[in-house]
Structures are given as C-alpha cells and as structure tokens.
Design a protein around this ligand. Structure first.
Ligand SMILES: Nc1nc2c(ncn2[C@@H]2O[C@H](COP(=O)(O)OP(=O)(O)O)[C@@H](O)[C@H]2O)c(=O)[nH]1
Ligand SMILES: [Mg+2]
Length: 355
C-alpha cells in the first residue's frame, strides 16, 4: 500500500516524509527540490507492542506502509508530470502550510490553509479532466467497434458521468457511486478520486490549540485531517523513548502526532491488522476490512490458504489478560473459526492447515 505526499512548495512535505520513514532527504529552505523519493514507514501499534512485551520474541514486525514524496505543486497545470507519479498510489497526503515564517515566502504570498487545500484540489481536478477527456474519446471509439463489450459501455457511461463533476471543479472523491462504479473509477487511477489525508503543519506555539474547524476545513469519510508541527515531530523523533515521554507531557500530547498521521493513513486505506505471536516472531499482517479468514491466511503464505482447515482466534486484549496461548486454550477463549470468518482488527490468529 502506497500513499503519495503532495502540496505546495515549502509546506514541510519532505520534512514530514523524513520523519515518517526515518529517511534523510535534504530539506533546503531555499532550493526547490525536483526529486521524487519512496520509503517505508512502520505503523505504530500499542496493542502489538504489548504483545511483544509479553512474548519477548526474536523478531518484532509491525505493519508497514509506503510513502512517495514528490516535488511541490505549481499552480496552473505545471505539475502534471510530477502528479503523474501519484496515479497508482492508494491515497494522498496533502501537507498544508499553516505556520508563519517571515524568512520563508509562501508561493501564494500569505498563509491560508483552506485556500491551499482548494488550490491543490483544483490542480488534481485539472489533471483528471484531461485524463478523462482522452479516455472518453478512446472509449467512444472502442464502443463503436465490433469487439465492444458491456464493460466498455459501462466505463463510457461512468466517464460521461464524472466529466461534469470535474468541469464543476469538484474532486471525484466527493461523488457517491455504486460498488461496481467505485471499482471502475479506481481503475481509472484519477487523482481527485483518491482518499485524502490533510496534514496541517502548524507553528510550534499553535500545536495545542489549532483545530481543523479553526482553519475552515471539515473531515468526512474520504477526507481526514491531522494537525502536526513538523519541527517538533522531528525533535521528538531524535529523542530516546524516556525523554520523548517528557517532551510529549510538556506539550500536553498523548503521543507523537506522527503516530496519528500513520494510523490515519492506515484507516483511510480501509486497512486493519491481525496478529501472529510466538517466541520467534510477533507480527502484524495487513488486510482490507472485510477480509475472510482463508484470504487472511493467504497473506501469511499461499499454503495456509490452500490447505486451510480452521483458524484459532482470540482478541489481543484477551490474550494479554490470559498471559499465554495455552491459558487461552484452557479457559476456552480460543475460538475455532472457518474459512468464511470475517477477521477483526486486533485478532490474534493461529492457522491450522494441511498441505
Ligand atoms: N518555521 C517552520 N519551518 C518549517 C516547518 N516545516 C518545515 N519547515 C521548513 O521549511 C523548509 C522546507 O521544508 P520541506 O520539508 O523541504 O518542504 P517541501 O518543499 O514541502 O518538501 C525547510 O527549511 C523546513 O525546515 C514548520 O512547521 N515551521
Ligand atoms: Mg520536498
């Protein structure tokens, strides 16, 4: 799973990317970067950390997601090449500048997060508009051909339907579509249709008080928002765990804001985790919400899906309370689930299989 980081120049995108993924890309205050970077981030999970402390395994493997960092967006369709790099990501992270810095001139001349959100959305819509127009031409030609299929016709209808929304400058993520059209739309790889996480990069002094509503920005199912201060996150990331706690308490924060960015990214993608435990390895596995036990087993190894017999399942909290897998078994806490069981976030699973 990949998320693309975008935004205007000098909003703090690369700074954020570096902290998320522990990368070390340069964040020069004045030079414009033309590079694209990709790196992996670990998704923090307190539940899994507690299971690690119980098992003390040789290997500890939290879930991961990938971030792509591209150069800043320019107004007026100048960024289509860079934006093209984001066509096949699963969701977008828009880093919005909400901090003052007299030394760092904002490309629009003033700090105004709601305006920047609109401006970047418009660039996505413009890029999509060109793509849909070209696709529609191709589909119309194909629909007339001898080998035309029902599916071609459905795609053509969908393209005809979304074009007016783009002409109205509306991001496609706001459209309500049926499940089949949702899937077709994903196949179109349009930028404004992707789920969006807004990261509002506020000044250090505003971290305690800033809210999305305060910036005139709302959240919904396709657009989440998190407030961060990139320099403070950077500072937290440099500290040892004990000192991190002190600084967080001083700032009145329960956890680093970066943890919230990572978790919100994960949730925005509709992803959940199930866990496997043992002395050897305590590990999170990533699945889409709604995945059934047999397919979940297949993410571990294809043999486990092929030879699937049953899954032994217990909630992570129950396992922690019981203290061990055998204690769960003795107390009758282990549930035996079949291949069609819908795996829940935080399930600890042992797959019984036979190949
Ligand atoms: N004052 C201040 N400077 C920041 C903040 N976030 C990033 N910067 C600085 O802004 C400059 C550009 O940051 P960078 O992450 O490269 O921005 P990008 O162009 O969006 O990738 C760097 O010098 C950062 O140190 C912030 O919250 N406050
Ligand atoms: Mg950058």
């Amino acid at each position: 799973m990949q998320l693309g980081i975008l935004g205007l120049p000098k909003a703090g995108k690369t700074t954020l990317f570096n902290i998320l993924t522990a990368a070390r890309q340069s964040t020069d205050k004045f030079a414009a970067s033309k590079e694209t970077h990709v790196a992996v981030a670990k998704v923090p999970d307190r539940r899994l950390e507690r299971l690690r402390d119980l098992y003390r395994p040789r290997r500890y493997l939290p879930a991961t997601i990938e971030y792509v960092d591209i150069p800043g967006i320019e107004k007026g369709g100048q960024s289509s090449l860079d934006l093209g790099r984001l066509r096949n990501v699963d969701a977008l992270v828009h880093v919005v500048r909400a901090f003052d810095d007299p030394e760092l001139v904002h490309p629009e001349g003033s700090v105004d997060p709601a305006r920047d959100v609109e401006l970047v959305d418009l660039e996505l819509v413009l890029a999509d508009h060109g793509v849909v127009e070209r696709r529609l031409e191709r589909l119309a030609r194909k629909a007339k051909g001898k080998l035309s299929s029902e599916e071609t016709r459905e795609r053509q209808l969908l393209a005809e339907r979304i074009l007016p929304a783009l002409e109205d400058e509306r991001p496609l993520r706001t459209l309500e579509l049926g499940a089949d059209d949702e899937k077709r739309l994903r196949g179109f790889q349009l930028l404004s249709a992707k789920p969006m996480l807004l990261v509002l990069n506020v000044g250090e002094d505003d971290l305690g008080s800033a809210t999305c509503e305060g910036f005139g920005l709302s959240e919904d199912a396709c657009r989440r928002a998190v407030i961060v201060s990139a320099p403070i996150e950077d500072e937290i990331a440099q500290l040892a765990p004990a000192e991190q706690g002190e600084l967080l308490a001083e700032l009145g924060l329960e956890e680093p804001s970066l943890d919230r960015v990572l978790r919100a990214s994960y949730e925005l993608l509709g992803l959940i985790s199930f866990f496997t435990v043992g002395d050897d390895e305590v590990r999170a596995w990533t699945i889409r919400r709604g995945t059934v036990a047999r397919d979940a087993a297949g993410t571990i190894h294809s043999d486990l899906a092929r030879g699937f017999i049953r899954a032994e399942v217990v909630g992570w909290q129950e396992l922690l309370d019981a203290g061990s897998w055998s204690a769960c078994r003795e107390r009758g806490l282990l549930r035996l689930e079949g291949k069609g069981y819908e795996v829940k976030d935080g399930d600890v699973i042992n797959v019984r299989f036979n190949v």
